[in-house]
Design a binder for this molecule. Sequence first.
Ligand SMILES: [Zn+2]
Length: 323
Amino acid sequence: MKRLAILATIAVAGMTAASLQAQGGLPGIEPIEKVSDNVYKIFGAGGNTVAFVRSDGVTLIDTKLPGNGQAILDEVRKVTDKPVTMIINTHSHPDHVGSNSEIESLAGHVEVIAQANSAKRMAKLPNVRAPDKDFTGRMTIGKGKDEIALYWFGAGHTDGDALVVFPAERTMATGDIMAWFMAPLIDPASGGSMVALPDTLAKAQDTIKGVDKVIEGHGQVRSWDEFRSYITFHRALVDTAKATLAKGGTPEDGLAVLESNPAFKPFLGDQLLKGLEYGGTPKSRALIDLNVAFQELKGEPVTTQWGPRPPAPAPAGGDAHQH
Ligand SMILES: [Zn+2]
């Protein structure tokens, strides 16, 4: 099966992440940054970790690659003495759930929460502290300034992408349905879909109110307007894939159509981004997602390769993916 090629690449990237990090191929953990009154972000060593300081403890959103638990707790300790009592995972990829277990062993019991589809996957991953609680469409935790609102709207990066909103902070963490403000990795083995992604994000845009700051799964803090432009671009990418395919064109033809619209320039740059994991440029990743959309629309297995291909070893199988 051709599809295994990409999945193998992703799985190998996960397995060799620690050595890539040691070689400078992945950015290391960076000092904790303040995002809003009680929300902080820790970049590097996998996906962004978000720390939300509540009245009675700290909730972490995502825990990076394995082996970063102590470093995450050290960063959190710079801003609060409160204990870490809860972890919310935005999805099941190892660069977002990797240090769940280590954090619990260091911090004492923590409650772990994820969307139901991701929770099922996490339960099958070796050495991953699986969720105690899951939710399907919506879950609210806490009240007032401590409130966390969890949302799920359908497939995108995976089929279990949680959006995590801190209403009193007017802040949201997206997980990898938005990362690096560029066309995202789609993981079909975890139910991800490029064709579904714009609909999923449009539901989020229509439902979630009162958010000013949007923390990407990897990368930076964006504005709500940037989030909306990200959705507009991916809607156009999928619409362009459909129209181009109908005319017998190629993904490259689709890319040319997108490039003819000046509004999409931020998503089609040729520059290498500092700190970007796994290679590529905004433009090359947009072309990859056009290919993914073409394959989905034709009903073919998604085979497109992502990023630099680390040398073998052969992956152990299963659906442990990276990004
Ligand atoms: Zn991911």
